[in-house]
Design a protein around this ligand. Sequence first.
Ligand code: GLU
Length: 466
Amino acid sequence: MTRTRFAPSPTGLIHLGNARTALFNALLARRDGGAFILRIEDTDRERSRPEYETALIEDLAWLGLGWDEGPDRGGPHGPYRQSQRSERHHALLRGLVERGHAYPCFCSPEALEAERRAQRAQGQPPRYSGRCARLDPGEAARRVAAGEPHTLRFRVPHGREIAWDDLVRGPQRIDSTTLGDFVLRRTDGGVAFFFANAVDDADMAVSHVLRGEDHLANTPRQLLILQALGLPAPRYGHLPLIVGEDGRPLSKRSGALAVAELRERGYLPAAVVNHLARLGHRYPDEQLLDLDALARDFDPAAIHRAPARHQSQTLDHWQRLAVDALDDQSWWQWVGPGVAERVPEVDRAAFLQAVRPNCLFPHQAGEWAEIIYHRPEAPDIEARQVLEAAGPGFFCAAVEALRAHRDDPKAFLAALKAATGAKGKGLFLPLRLALTGRPHGPELGHLLRLLGPRAEERLAAHCHGN
Ligand code: GLU
């Protein structure tokens, strides 16, 4: 059975990068009819905050990535908070020491730093020399019993090839000798993140792990650990980074947006999900898809190895499709009660039809309600020039044409055209500006209907040479 997980550390908000990781894991489980697990990796006590856990659960729920097991809903492999699993981690560490797979290391940070410096000076990659690996076990045990500060290191077998078939990157291999004996437990008793992470995956029967490329270096270590523990390893797949429009890794400046921020700005979950699903993964279907459809065509092997480029324009394209796909009730909910209040009951359907194509965000619907039911936006310099150039004569003719064809926008436009000789932009632009103050907006016919008598007033204001 396919079991995937998302294992965020509650040290910050969910942004596009880790939201995509969560989504891909959710899609893989959904495609195979498996289970998707949420595990909170809160072992970094200093940086983990319960409010981040609450926020990330809220964000994932908003995206609609339902999980089958997690800290909020339990499941057969709990607890789902890493900090609550530490007894198990420590018990396994003791087992590794007993079986000689791990050993206490008494080297001081200063000694280790000196060692690294010397290696670098000789052009070698810094790696633990293995000094304490050669200590007599009896002596090591005595020093531990005497309370000497120490870490626990994994005894990396030499000359072993570590290989795995990466779900995204294909076959990978690395010579174990390049790793050096690594720390499993720090001097303060804290367990290395990648140890807890690997053990929890095995204990939760996780079958597939899709995670950021930044974890690639952990994988051979985790495979060695799991092997030494006699625990099954999941299949790992490493997702390329997401870069911003400038080609640099997403940062606050290049648009490393928090999901919460997108939600506050009025993005719809369907837009964010469809955008994320295509960051590095091509879908034959360019329509807005729901999770089931996205899952059907999801394939980790189809994930590009090159960094995925996030462009806000693409996100907005999906937002356009998502807004268009809202049913009427959901659209009104999305724009908020403040907008509905301003639109008379009888106009609701017409307003929605007229204004929806002009709104990517809810506040824009509010602006159109203001423009249509209260007053046009104040024209800027350019708009004033256009209004002046059209002249009072144009607007007097417009008033007359409107009176003659109040319920027939087409006939109104034809009459105005005939009376003034204006056409195309020369016809529409001054009309739009007089009616709304904006050069673009809802279709003119829709606008005239919604404006009713206000249309004539607004045109008349310019007929008197205002
Ligand atoms: N807690 C890790 C992170 O947030 C998870 C790594 C993994 O998915 O294996 O990066």
